[in-house]
Write a new protein. Structure first.
Length: 146
């Protein structure tokens, strides 16, 4: 899955003391929560599972059962978080089935460390845009000379 994130001009929310307000606004800014749609399921997936329990690996079935929603809905939101590279897939041994199962957790079990990973992706993406712009400018100048 390719890294994909919305980047918008914003003001730091360090003065806000309500973690729900900060979380919701942050998730809207990065494009995880869509304005105009019901944010309750994606918000709960991120906040209640990964933010409040960052080191715990979560099975999709656990999230589905807890939120009383469908697997496709959960996977849609998990894939969006994976696209930000905030989540990581881990293999966990399931005692009930005696098999390894795929689960998800916050990358490095820590939001701040996970965000450092995101920033590295953003830096590479912006540098590549810069190289493309430089190349495009060169092509335009060459075209004018001909």
């Amino acid at each position: 899955m390719a890294f994909s994130m919305q980047i918008v001009s914003n003001t730091s929310m360090v003065g806000e003391q309500d973690s729900d307000v900060v979380t919701k606004q942050f998730l809207e800014q990065i494009g995880y929560l869509s304005k105009g749609s019901d944010p309750s399921i994606p918000y709960k997936i991120f906040h209640d599972f990964f933010l409040l329990h960052p080191t715990k690996p979560w099975y999709v079935e656990e999230i589905v059962n807890n939120l009383k929603t469908s697997k496709p809905t959960v996977y849609r939101h998990l894939n969006k978080l994976k696209g930000f590279d905030i989540l990581e897939e881990v293999q966990v041994f399931d005692e009930s089935t005696q098999q390894h199962k795929k689960a998800y957790r916050l990358r490095y079990g820590n939001l701040q460390k996970a965000w450092n990973f995101v920033e590295a992706h953003i830096k590479v993406a912006v540098e590549n845009y810069g190289k493309t712009v430089e190349h495009l400018q060169h092509l335009i100048e060459q075209q004018k000379k001909e």
